[in-house]
Design a protein around this ligand. Structure first.
Ligand code: TXE
Length: 502
């Protein structure tokens, strides 16, 4: 890490303004394309989390009582403001995590949709009337939880945050966000947009800091009402267990090792394009990365031949250059992990068909670049096929029968995403229904919409983001039972026959 004079400094975003950490400490933000620190932000710890939770609780007293329509108006305005500031978001996001500008621009252009969708949910939400006989009216109310906590990662700093913030706001909660230490700037910019849209101060707070200090303090805080993490599976275990001690609700979107399952009726070009998109978008740093190409043996060689050729032609470069297709990995740590796993793969006996090293050339010397890599000759039990690498590495595993394809699709501890590629409609659904995954795409991969539920089976997590289910998970249900009679219900009088109270 090279420390130059940082371009700018930010504090932490609490109660509608940037403030310093109680300790006065700061946290450096590094640009992974050259290892330079380009910004500093406040480094929060337990004292700052305590202050932010107190602010959020106070803000909840009013925000929790607003109508859905009032919240929707503010959220829609914030969506427009984000659209206006899109260029700034993209530039900073690229500087923080090194992801190619063409990808970040496409992703961030969609982020405001989350505010619009969940604003519409808040505006149109209807509660239910329960059949309870003729003497009573029973209805339910979805009420907010209170001050909630969000722990977010670095791979999609704004988009993943949006999946948590939008339903939280829509339901009437207030929040404290502990963003990734690698990418804390854009989450605070979102606070600026929300404030400009009219969100009352204290509803949305961001405390940058490290996981074991600020993150743990938020998770262990007895007065937050829900903790929502996207991160690694090991972090998920710690966070969910810590929250459970306070009987705090937890949802966790964790690791993955998605399979791209290609049946032989898929055209070779389509299979290759699918594999490259699923495997290399975001330099493989996504939870639904198609890290495993499970391909029918009859087309294996043809797919590999084209895949190797096209992978070798992917343009690496400065991520701010609109022509760059693949930037550096987000951190030195992430490249170290990738290099370690590539070595493990070689030691396990798999073959590097393309990539498998850092790129040559002066332009790449200081950044955390790694060539997109394809391993062939992979066996399901190998560590490279089982463990989340979170880098641009694809493992190819051939299959012969549909049963084998399903077994391979289910053949890891994870169960977040998978894709099934075939023109046979019956087979597509049959295979999909046999997969233990929270999200399955048929003839596509990594499609997302604010309305479409997102979350994992098995070790990929608990709870769901997106859609009505996410809104519901940010509320609690109150059941109201109203007597429709004016008469006295006198349980202890001797008059009348048999009485019932339920
Ligand atoms: O994530 P962490 P890291 C996977 C991926 C990656 C690995 C580690 O395989 O290589 O996880 O990445 C906060 N209490 N994914 O280290 O640590 C942390 O500060 C409370 C998959 O970057 O899980 C950050 O804000 N909070 C994934 C957030 O948790 C803690 C996305 C996630 O960080 C904490 C990211 C603690 N004890 C990584 N420890 C996906 N599914 O998309 C950390 N944090």
């Amino acid at each position: 890490m090279t420390v130059h004079e940082p371009k700018f400094a930010r504090g932490m975003f609490v109660n509608g303004e940037y403030v310093n950490a109680a300790s006065g400490k700061t946290l450096p933000v590094e640009n992974p394309k050259n290892g330079e620190v380009f910004a500093v932000v406040a480094e929060g710890d337990a004292a700052d989390i305590e202050a932010a939770v107190t602010v959020a609780e106070r803000a909840f007293e009013k925000w929790g009582r607003t109508t859905g329509a009032e919240r929707a108006d503010i959220m829609e305005r914030a969506a427009q403001i984000m659209r206006r500031r899109l260029g700034e978001f993209v530039t900073l996001e690229v500087d923080q995590i090194g992801r190619a500008r063409r990808e970040m621009a496409a992703q961030l252009a969609r982020a405001p949709e989350w505010l619009s969708y969940f604003g519409a949910v808040a505006r149109t939400h209807e509660d239910t009337v329960i059949p309870f006989g003729t003497t009573h009216l029973n209805y339910t109310r979805r009420v907010p939880l209170g001050a909630v906590g969000h722990l977010t990662p670095w791979n999609h700093p704004v988009l993943i945050l949006m999946k948590k913030v939008a339903p939280s706001l829509a339901a009437g909660n207030t929040m404290v966000v502990k963003p990734s230490e690698i990418a804390p700037i854009t989450p605070m910019m979102l606070g600026e947009c929300l404030k400009e849209a009219g969100l009352p101060d204290g509803v949305y707070n961001v405390v940058p800091g490290y996981g074991p200090t600020a993150g743990l303090a938020l998770t262990a805080h007895p007065r937050i009402r829900k903790i929502d993490l996207t991160g690694g599976t090991e972090t998920g275990r710690v966070v969910v267990a810590t929250a459970a001690k306070n009987l705090v609700r937890a949802s966790a979107e964790l690791g993955g090792k998605a399979s791209v399952i290609v049946f032989p009726d898929t055209e070779i070009d389509r299979a290759v394009a699918a594999t490259m998109f699923a495997g290399f978008v975001a330099a493989g740093q996504t939870c639904v990365q198609g890290a495993r190409l499970v391909v029918h043996r009859s087309i294996h060689d043809q797919v590999i031949e084209k895949l190797v050729k096209r992978t070798g032609a992917i343009r690496l470069g400065d991520p701010q250059d609109p022509d760059t297709q693949l930037g550096p990995l987000a951190s030195k740590k992430q490249r170290d992990i990738t290099e370690r796993y590539v070595q493990i793969g070689k030691d396990e006996g798999a073959t590097v068909a393309v990539g498998g090293r850092r790129p040559d050339g002066k332009a790449f010397e200081r950044g955390y670049y790694y060539l997109p890599t394809v391993f062939t000759g992979v066996k399901n039990e190998m560590r490279i096929a089982q463990e989340e690498i979170f880098g641009p590495v694809i493992c190819v595993i051939p299959f012969d029968t549909e049963e084998e394809a399903i077994a391979l699709g289910n053949g890891t501890q994870f169960g977040l995403g998978a894709s099934v590629w075939t023109k046979d409609v019956a087979r597509a659904h049959r295979v999909t229904h046999a997969l233990q995954c929270g999200i399955v795409w048929i003839n596509d991969h990594h499609r997302i919409d604010p309305a479409s539920p997102w979350g994992g089976f098995k070790m990929s997590g608990i709870g769901r983001e997106n859609g009505l289910i996410a809104y519901e998970e940010y509320t609690q249900l109150q059941s109201v039972i109203v007597s429709l009679t004016d008469g006295v219900f006198d349980w202890y009088s001797d008059e009348g026959g048999t009485k019932r109270y339920s």
